[in-house]
Ligand binder design. Structure first.
Ligand code: MG
Ligand code: ZN
Length: 263
């Protein structure tokens, strides 16, 4: 109870990019009524103010800029997002986005992410980046690209909850490179995600595979229907709008009591 202060969380170390959002911190700090947290990676302070089942989060940046969000902590479902071809325009085969100028966010992505956010999903990016193993870029290059992505998305009020990447080459037989489910499983542990209620969204068969192996529902972003995926949409926005309609439909289908015990 009361005020406590933490300079960093041990769990930060598990996240390849040391990028953790406000909502991730909730699982670590749930017991307190109020917490101030410094994220050393980005020099932000997070102020978490705990209500019944809601947490008001105020993120203050060094120069006094403030962002606030309120989160329902009973929801821990996630949308696992592939990066290239879902969030940003994919480069030709064997080309890797190694600098911000090559990172072009696709139309409708900001709107899609804010819908998913509003619906209460954690947003977890899961991306294969073997350009690192191949020497086309360094981890620092990737961090720079992702910092640019965070900055761009933040302009629309969007915060990703975590980013996981696999830097390995296929032949390294790691457990993280999709279609292996390693990154999803690590995220579900780190962020306390209910995999069965979550979605994996990607533009490749390996995304669908990884999502299935982790036990999530799967969404393929493609022009043609993917028989292996639970759902296929032509864009992330179409998927987000679909989910939004589903939620609206569910909330409108409250049992009709008019039929009960009528004389
Ligand atoms: Mg992709
Ligand atoms: Zn890997």
């Amino acid at each position: 109870m009361g005020l406590f202060q933490i300079s960093f969380l041990p769990s930060f170390n598990h996240l390849p990019l040391s990028f953790v959002s406000q909502r991730y911190l909730i699982s670590q700090l749930f017991k307190g009524l109020y917490a101030v947290l410094l994220d050393p990676a980005v020099s932000y302070y997070y102020h978490l103010i705990f209500f019944n089942s809601t947490i008001l989060i105020v993120k203050s940046v060094w120069r006094g800029k403030m962002n606030a969000a309120s989160i329902n902590v009973s929801l821990r479902d996630a949308v696992f997002l592939d990066r290239d071809g879902v969030i940003n325009r994919k480069l030709p085969e064997n080309c890797y986005v190694s600098k911000p100028s090559e990172f072009e966010i696709l139309p409708g992505v900001a709107e899609a992410l804010s819908i998913l956010n509003k619906l209460g999903y954690l947003l977890v990016m899961i991306t294969n980046q073997r350009g690192i193993a191949r020497g086309f870029m360094t981890v620092d290059d990737l961090q720079n690209v992702h910092q640019y992505m965070f900055d761009e998305l933040e302009k629309s009020g969007i915060f990703l909850d975590a980013v996981y990447f696999c830097p390995h080459e296929e032949i390294e037989k790691c457990s993280c490179r999709k279609p292996e489910p390693g990154m999803l499983l690590a995220a579900s542990k780190d962020l306390e995600i209910a995999l069965g209620n979550s979605f994996t969204v990607g533009d490749s068969p390996s995304d669908v595979d990884a999502g299935q192996r982790a036990g999530t529902r799967t969404v393929r972003i493609a022009a043609q229907k993917d028989e292996n995926a639970d759902l296929t949409f032509s864009s992330l926005l179409d998927f987000a709008l679909f989910l939004e309609r589903q939620v609206l439909k569910d909330s409108n289908s409250v049992p009709n009591t008019d039929d009960e015990e009528r004389d």
